[in-house]
Design a protein around this ligand. Sequence first.
Ligand code: CUA
Length: 196
Amino acid sequence: MADTHPDNFQRSMPDGAVPADVVARTERRWFGLMVGVLIVMMAVVVLTGMANAIHPPSNVETIDPTTLHLGGEFAESNLGTAQERDGSLTVRLVAGQYGFAPDCTKVAVDTPVKFRLTSTDVIHGFLLPSTNVNTMVVPGFVAEVRTRFARPGIYRMPCNEFCGAGHHGMWARVNVVPKEQFKPVALTERSTCVQQ
Ligand code: CUA
């Protein structure tokens, strides 16, 4: 009765075991499949990194999250968009449960933009859809990402790391405007959407 079982794999063997050559063949096939999957995944990482400049954030810069408000780079008066001497823009943001400060920034299209962020409390995420901007914002560290917006528009930026009960409501915006609509700011001035 056992030998007439329609499913070959469940057919009992004379000694009750699967023959060694069948085991070896099955293991070789699974090993090959696993190596193949690893090669495909590595290729995806390398190719998207090269083609879309999507790279793991690698800026290692520490900062004391308990004294951000007392002064220095992330003091409230220094947040928002700053214009550098070379015409590029630096946007500084502080992430905290449950919002970004400022929650709307304005930058010019087709201009190098550097985002510098840090967190006051827990790990947050910073993602700009359809761009190469995607980083974790870890308290104690400064996250830095560089991009250049090809098209004007409002880019909604969700926090994409679960950070607590209000995580789903943690959104902000980057308003990318044509160059002629971007009012240049003095080197010491900072701008947000609210002011312009
Ligand atoms: Cu902040 Cu999720």
